[in-house]
Ligand binder design. Sequence first.
Ligand code: ARG
Length: 260
Amino acid sequence: MKSPKKYGVIRRLLAIGAVTLAAVSLQPLSAHAAPAPVVGGTRAAQGEFPFMVRLSMGCGGALYTKSIVLTAAHCVNGSGSNTSITATAGVVDLQSSSAVKVKSTKVLQAPGYNGKGKDWALIKLARPIELPTLKIATNTAYNNGDFTVAGWGATREGGGQQRYLLKATVPFVDDATCQRAYGSDLVPGDEICAGFVTQGGVDTCQGDSGGPMFRKDDTGAYLQVGIVSWGQGCAEPGYPGVYSEVSTFAADIARAAAGL
Ligand code: ARG
């Protein structure tokens, strides 16, 4: 749930001012549809992303196996026995009476995680959830193109968490472009960026962390290429979202899951 504040108040005020001016000068607010999800998203259909999980600490996740959720390291406190997390699955509406709720038994935070890169973790569930899992990318072949992101997080910086699952599409951003935004804060081997760099407006946001960024592979199956990790604010022009690069960690994740 952390939100790294990497830049000064002044550049932030300038950015907000610029966005406000642009919005005011272009058209009246009434001409805009209500903002949706994630930032700039729309509602996901029931069953559209059956592997999506909401975690009780306020993060997202995806079913890696029926009894293991892949999420972000910064969503958990460390590794070991842990029965304090509830995973909610099977519904877009978190208040639905058909929600499947299962407690955690163990957490494995990425070995060596220290807040810079390596932002992945596994949560073992008390029982399997009978829903489709999400395959993870094991090489870089799909680290390009347009990605889907989804979550119950805020729809704007500082906004509240959502009852209904929201989704959005964000394009791949190469490391060089992303480094122009984030400099040495970016760990290019561990992180993959996505977003509309020039315009902003669509992004994940607080509470989406740990959730998957995914796309279809050549067989038409969904494949997870990222884990929601961090960004400067949400959907700000010039600042793409930063995601854990799943292909980098695929072997570590598989090994860790086998031992959980
Ligand atoms: N760290 C945030 C969380 O814990 C996710 C932030 C994603 N930010 C972004 N601009 N894409 O929920």
